[in-house]
Structure formats: structure tokens, C-alpha cells
Design a protein around this ligand. Structure first.
Ligand SMILES: [Fe+2]
Ligand SMILES: [Fe+2]
Ligand SMILES: [Fe+2]
Ligand SMILES: [Fe+2]
Length: 417
């Protein structure tokens, strides 16, 4: 049965404000939780941050205080939702353990979005960054085993492989090459608009998480790794945020934000295996339906537009379902491991001209591989253990990534022919 949130009866927004007792949830048990429950928590945390922060920006660009008051009320609820979700993470889960969840989400969410994406340009953007987050998972996992003696395969539940892909050292591109074409939302499929909103919020959440934790991590090596990968996430946020249609008005964009939140919570609610957390997704869905109806009213009142002009059919498309994607990721590695971005497109690094911005930028940030943290982590791990840490169900699809005694720092970065 398909679901149309515009056809649901909205509750009163003020009736959904929570007291301090209601707001502080019971955290999950990190030894028993399903990895995909953790991923849904990270994802919705990011969607709520985006909802709140988008609303702050709208507020700062709006001259009408009646409208600004409406925004402030809903924005406060978005923040309550965000802070409640953030405390589902238990006290005993460390910064680095949580990080493994962030990168597993970036792999398994991106793969699922790519699989359902009808727009080829958007699908290529998803596949492109997917491989980079997949390699980040490998780098952080080596740090986790090196410094904490914890095998990351336990945290990912064996659902996601942990091995190198396009090496992180190759992710550092000139910022000019991270600006994508934007998608025309007037003609785009609703699933494309949902996918872009969801992945941008997720990558932004990751960027902000690394920004906030880098100074709190307990070793220099780890702090350096967060710095380096945090800057790759900056690239990813530019890359995905660039796909959004900048010609949407603030109120059209608000409506789409609320619709995306409804879609996410309904998907999470249908997918969730933990009864306590499923109840939170349901509560939040009820709140989001109220936000959506409010946004539709505001769009009508201030711009004289019906919600159908932004979302022609309110029925949800196929719901988002998180799960393993081992074969899909292997296929993407095989097909695109040597690709880099070249302005709005992608190119095999071997086909780039020698004077490309990519090589110039690489020379600035990576003058010597020995100062590149993502390489140092693997190098140090190999020096103390003989081989790197991996979790793979079959040999790496790329032959030059199979040697576990040497970290490959040239693939996708230095011309091989
Ligand atoms: Fe929300
Ligand atoms: Fe990442
Ligand atoms: Fe990323
Ligand atoms: Fe909302």
C-alpha cells in the first residue's frame, strides 16, 4: 500500500513539543544493536541537522516576522528531534566506533540510492563518491584495530567489506572539479530529488561530525586522519549539494525538505527491527506530517502555489531499505577505481592532460606520501602487523590492491601509462 503524507491528518505542531523526560531516550546496546539500526540513527540525525540548519538560513534571508515565527516553531521541533536521536548512541561507544558507522552508512546508503536512481548523471555522482567512502572505511578500520584492538568487521556485522578502493590520497581534487551540474527539479523524478536531499544531508552530517571530533580524538595520528578525511567530506558535500536545483524558492525547498523527512521516517519505520526505536520513527513521522502540511500552507499563503507544483504526486515512491551491497560495490570498484572528477564530469586519471588542475592540487597537498595521514595509518599498521587489516569475502577486484604488505598510493592518482 503506498502512502501519501499529504492525505494524512496533521496534528497541531505545538502539541508535539517534548519535555526533558520525553526528550532523553534510552540508548541502544552497542554489543547487540543491528548495524543498520545504527545507520538509520546516523542518517536521521543528519536529516534533522539539515532541517534545522536550512531553516536557520531561510530565517536569515527572510524579512517577514510572521513567517520567521512559523519557521522558528518548526525549527525548534527539528532540533528536539535531532538531539533526541543523537542520544540514542550509548555513552560507551567511542568516537572511532561511531565513525565506522558513518562510513558504513556512506557505503550502503549510497549504493541503495544509486541502485534506485533513474537520472544517469546523479547515479554517476553517487557511484563516484561511494568508492571514496568505501576506502575511508578501510583507513578508519585500520586505525581502530591498531589503537583499540577492535576488528571493525564486528561493528559492520560482516555486511560490508573492508578493503582499499580508490585510495584516499587520490581523493584530494582541486575544488573547481567538485562543482557538479545542477538538476532541473521541474522535470526531475521525485526519487531523484529525494536521493539528492538524503545523500547531501548524510555527507554533511559526516563532514560536521569529523569537524567536531577531530580535536577530541586521542592520538595525533587519528586527529590527522580526521582532518584529511573531513576535507574529503567537504568535497563530497560540494559534489552532492551542487546537484540541488538553485532556482527553487526557499518555500519550495522547505516543502521538499519536509517531504524528504516524511519519506525517511516512513522508510525507517517500515524497516526497523528494534521496537523501541521504531516507535521513535513513528512519532517523528507524525511530527513531520504536521511540518509538511504547514510548509504547504506557507507556500500557498506567501507564493500562491499549490504543493502539487513542487511534488506533482504525493505518494511515496519505493521506500528506502538499508542492507548489504557487496556485489554492487565490487562492480563499481572494477568499473571506476581510476576515475577522478574533471570539472562537471569524470575521467580516467590516465587520460587527464599533464597540466590538469588535479595534478597541480595533488602536488600542493601531497608533496610527499609520508605526510599523508591516510597512508601513514596503513603503513604503521603494516609495520606492526606484517599485513594490513581487511575484511573481504573474495580477493579485491583490482589486482594492484591485493598486496596486503604495501599501501598502494598511485592508483587513481599518478598516470600509469
Ligand atoms: Fe524533522
Ligand atoms: Fe567518507
Ligand atoms: Fe563521503
Ligand atoms: Fe520537519
Amino acid at each position: 500500500m503506498s502512502f501519501n503524507p499529504f492525505e494524512e491528518r496533521p496534528v497541531n505542531i505545538e502539541a508535539t513539543i517534548q519535555n526533558w523526560k520525553e526528550l532523553y531516550p534510552e540508548s541502544y546496546n552497542k554489543y547487540e544493536v543491528d548495524p543498520y539500526t545504527k545507520l538509520r540513527i546516523i542518517l536521521t540525525n543528519g536529516a534533522e541537522f539539515e532541517a534545522n540548519w536550512f531553516s536557520h538560513q531561510f530565517h536569515r534571508h527572510c524579512c517577514d516576522n510572521d513567517l520567521r515565527r512559523e519557521l522558528a516553531l518548526t525549527r525548534y521541533i527539528e532540533k528536539q528531534q535531532q538531539m533526541k536521536i543523537a542520544n540514542l548512541k550509548p555513552i560507551n561507544e567511542t568516537i572511532l566506533e561511531t565513525t565506522i558507522g558513518y562510513e558504513q552508512l556512506a557505503v550502503d546508503l549510497t549504493a541503495r540510492l544509486a541502485l534506485q536512481e533513474p537520472n544517469e548523471y546523479v547515479k554517476a555522482a553517487l557511484d563516484f563518491a561511494l568508492l571514496e567512502d568505501f576506502d575511508h572505511l578501510y583507513r578508519y578500520s585500520n586505525l581502530l584495530e591498531l589503537e583499540w584492538k577492535i576488528p571493525a568487521e564486528k561493528l559492520v556485522g560482516g555486511y560490508t567489506e573492508i578493503m582499499p578502493a580508490r585510495p584516499t590520497i587520490a581523493h584530494h581534487r582541486h575544488p573547481f572539479d567538485n562543482v557538479t551540474y545542477f538538476v532541473d527539479y521541474k522535470s526531475a523524478d521525485i526519487i531523484t530529488k529525494l536521493n539528492i536531499g538524503i545523500i547531501t544531508a548524510a555527507e554533511q552530517q559526516t563532514m560536521n561530525y569529523y569537524m567536531n571530533v577531530t580535536g577530541f580524538y586521542t592520538s595525533d595520528l587519528g586527529r590527522k586522519l580526521y582532518q584529511e578525511i573531513g576535507l574529503v567530506e567537504e568535497e563530497h558535500v560540494t559534489h552532492y549539494g551542487g546537484l540541488m536545483d538553485p532556482s527553487s524558492t526557499w518555500l519550495e525547498s522547505l516543502l521538499l525538505h519536509e517531504y524528504t523527512e516524511c519519506y525517511l521516517y516512513y522508510s525507517c519505520y517500515k524497516d526497523e527491527t528494534d521496537a523501541y526505536i521504531r516507535n521513535i520513527w513513528e512519532q517523528n513521522l507524525i511530527q513531520e506530517i504536521a511540518h509538511l502540511h504547514k510548509a504547504a500552507d506557507l507556500l500557498q499563503k506567501y507564493e500562491g502555489k499549490d504543493w502539487q507544483q513542487v511534488i506533482p504526486n504525493g505518494q511515496f515512491p519505493k521506500l528506502l531499505k538499508l542492507g548489504p551491497n557487496i556485489n554492487y560495490v565490487r562492480d563499481v570498484i572494477k568499473a571506476t577505481v581510476e576515475m577522478t572528477a574533471d570539472r562537471e564530469g569524470y575521467i580516467n586519471v590516465n587520460d587527464l592532460p599533464n597540466d590538469a588542475d588535479f595534478f597541480m592540487f595533488q602536488d600542493i597537498v601531497n608533496p610527499d606520501k609520508c605526510i599523508v595521514p591516510s597512508h601513514c595509518v596503513i603503513d604503521k599498521y603494516i609495520k606492526s602487523n606484517g599485513i594490513d587489516y581487511r575484511y573481504e569475502v573474495a580477493p579485491n577486484p583490482i589486482e594492484s590492491l591485493r598486496n596486503r604488505k604495501v599501501d598502494n598510493t598511485t592508483l587513481g592518482r599518478v598516470k600509469q601509462r
